[in-house]
Design a binder for this molecule. Sequence first.
Ligand SMILES: Cc1cc2nc3c(=O)[nH]c(=O)nc-3n(C[C@H](O)[C@H](O)[C@H](O)COP(=O)(O)OP(=O)(O)OC[C@H]3O[C@@H](n4cnc5c(N)ncnc54)[C@H](O)[C@@H]3O)c2cc1C
Length: 328
Amino acid sequence: MAEKKIGTVNYWRYSSDILGVFRLVPEGASKFPSYKAGQYMALQRNDCRLTKKVVSDGKKVEYPTVLDAQGVLKRGAVTHSYSIASAPFETEERGYLEFYVILEIDEKGVKGRLTESMFRMSPEADNKMVYYEKIAGDFTLDKRAAGFKNVILVGTGTGLAPFISMAKQLDFAAKSGMSNSVKYTLLHTNRTYEELDYYQDLLDIEAAQRFDFVYVPSVSRPTQRDWDDPKLGRGRANNMLRYLLEMPLKEEQDLQELTARGGDVTKAKAALEKTVKPALPKHLTREDLRERMDPATSVVITCGNPWSMEDIKYAAETTGMRFEKEDW
Ligand SMILES: Cc1cc2nc3c(=O)[nH]c(=O)nc-3n(C[C@H](O)[C@H](O)[C@H](O)COP(=O)(O)OP(=O)(O)OC[C@H]3O[C@@H](n4cnc5c(N)ncnc54)[C@H](O)[C@@H]3O)c2cc1C
């Protein structure tokens, strides 16, 4: 078992009430272990709401809060893994690890145990975070993209974390003269522009062109501001990929399939009407991007929303492309 240490969170930046980036510095004079972009670390807080597993009617699993004899909510340690959003060179140079987290909230409005505690932190006061001194995981370009000429990264929400680490590290390596001929394309989606963290960093990396990198950002709930932003696309990540691969949108396909089966299409029609049609940033064309997605030489690597990842898998495999994902 890796050693437990207590680090300090000295930086928080929020892009919404439920989305934030924080930096963790190691205990005392120690250093974090070295790592590769795409790996993760286990983090813990000690004042988390505790839950217990309850199976009702022999089927339904629930996790109600544990109360003590006085009916007071019990608190204790909860540990989870988090992908590292900083690049290895940043940790080497500046000492910190960066993480990109979303506050978990279930359908009843109950907040997740560890992220509720994380989102109560502040760099000035409540700033201690336990970490396990081990960085692990095989969601790395070495393991998932070796031998492919085209690497298509698809990050939704905080699923961008491993990919921002990879993009920064590739840019850094290219600056130091270590680059390869692989074409990297990053599809990055969140609901709103404000939640599209690392947008400017990724635009800057793309503009520098120190390695072959195309950035395709999009929002699934565009506002007028977003329609006016020539660098920003629209639509959910799975539908953006389907559009690039010249496939019907997920909601179009669902409606077609239901119609063929003679099912009730009311909900499917409403879903299609609500769907934001994919649109690329103005400087990119589908034809140019298609050239970076030859099925025989491309791998699609995704991380984020499970529903979206499932459909991205379908789109990639239907086209004959290798598919890889990180399970959270
Ligand atoms: C490799 C890896 C990397 C990850 N990277 C990131 C990242 O970069 N950013 C990010 O935001 N998230 C990441 N995650 C997800 C993260 O680890 C947590 O799962 C997430 O933050 C929710 O934690 P929570 O304690 O707030 O929610 P939880 O309280 O754990 O709730 C999440 C689910 O667990 C259920 N649950 C509640 N109590 C229990 C219990 N006692 N036993 C079992 N299930 C229970 C809940 O019903 C709910 O459905 C990653 C996960 C993995 C595996």
